[in-house]
Design a protein around this ligand. Structure first.
Ligand code: ADP
Length: 350
């Protein structure tokens, strides 16, 4: 079955084309259309371009959707109700859900009559225990506004945990794993017996690890304090926490790990940014190993996790015991999306 996977951002659509069978998939093509709005007028034209480039007869389409709110525990066949639900969660993911929705509606028009499947970044965290996802603020805010930990990057964490079980030759439902997705965005997940039991990203992707430009965890009292001192509003302070903090904010140099690695010998703050980055990951690994009463393997993935053996070694030093394996695994969110799409499309056929 030829499956097209679409992963949409506000100004780009990444795609991969797979030939999927029951137990195997072959990558046939991949690419990216970027600078939508500049090079191509809109998402519709970008999809037309991808289809003309591929030329194959597509039998199903898998879509990455960032926020499935508290509604989707797994991937689903897209219909009007699903679209309405994703629209409802736009308020929670104002940057991410709208481009995904646009791609879904345009591609359903162009590729009508075949199954389209939504695969949610949040679905892996749907079944987390309440004590992990409820914040210790008045409970009414959860009831009124759905404020809870949602978690993100779930498709990547799910993929690398399945792959780790394969490499370790042990059943996933008997493993305690800690998966570290370290890219521009960074998150870490405790996976016990195949289920995510806690994760570092929260109500939004801002919580948790130090990232390229995001602060991760901090004392919330800092926010009104800075707003008052700097005489700035909510948008400006959110821009600082999302776009001007993290590795970039501390180093004052770059959000890019490669740049910081190069600069750290002469630039003290580049070194400090790296130290904070590593220290935060160590703290999370330690606490997740604590709540799982141990850990069989720590998995590293994402641009930073996959390409920096020295950094991985530093993270593991002292926190990973001799019974714990450290694995580096290339993530493949699109492959995971293709697998889910295949399963749902096959069920629909029968
Ligand atoms: P995104 O989250 O946008 O998908 P990536 O997973 O590509 O990002 O990760 C980007 C990060 O990975 C950057 O900090 C970059 O410096 C780092 N990175 C990518 N390739 C390498 C490499 N070969 N060596 C060191 N760091 C790398």
């Amino acid at each position: 079955m030829k499956i097209l996977v679409l992963n949409s951002g506000s100004s780009s659509i990444k795609y991969k084309l797979f030939d999927a069978q029951k137990r195997s998939e072959r990558l046939l093509d991949k690419g990216i259309v970027d600078r939508i709005g500049e090079k191509t007028p809109g998402h519709k034209e970008a999809i037309d371009f991808i289809l003309s480039k591929i030329g194959a007869k597509i039998e199903a389409v898998g879509h990455r959707v960032v926020h499935g709110g508290d509604k989707f525990s797994e991937s689903v066949l897209i219909d009007k109700n699903v679209i309405k639900a994703i629209e409802d969660f736009t308020e929670l993911a104002p940057l991410h859900n709208p481009p995904g929705l646009l791609t879904i509606s345009e591609s359903r028009k162009i590729l009508s009559g075949i199954p389209h499947v939504a695969v949610f970044d949040t679905a892996f965290y749907y079944d987390m225990p309440e004590h992990a996802y409820i914040y210790a603020i008045p409970y009414k805010f959860y009831e009124k506004y759905k404020i809870r930990k949602y978690g993100f990057h779930g498709t990547s964490h799910r993929y690398v945990s399945e792959r780790a079980a394969c490499l370790l030759k042990r059943p996933l439902n008997r493993l305690r794993l800690i998966t570290c997705h370290l890219g521009n965005g960074c998150s870490i997940t405790a996976v016990k017996n195949g289920k995510a039991i806690d994760t570092s990203m929260g109500f939004t992707p801002l919580e948790g690890l130090v990232m390229g430009t995001r602060s991760g965890d901090l004392d919330p009292a800092i926010i009104p304090y800075v707003m008052e001192k700097e005489n700035i509003g909510v948008n400006a302070v959110m821009e600082i926490l999302n776009k001007k903090s993290g590795l970039l904010g501390v180093s004052g140099l770059s959000n890019d790990m490669r740049e910081l690695m190069k600069a750290k010998a002469e630039n003290k703050r580049a070194g400090l940014a790296l130290d904070i980055f590593i220290y935060r990951i160590k703290k999370y690994i330690g606490s997740y190993a604590g709540v799982m009463s141990g850990c069989d393997a720590v998995i590293f993935t994402g641009g930073i996790g996959e390409n920096n053996p020295g950094l991985v070694e530093k993270i593991c030093k002292g926190v990973v015991s001799k019974d714990t394996k450290a694995l580096v695994i290339s993530t493949d969110e699109e492959l995971m999306i293709a697998r889910d799409t295949y399963k749902i499309a096959e069920i629909r056929k029968t």
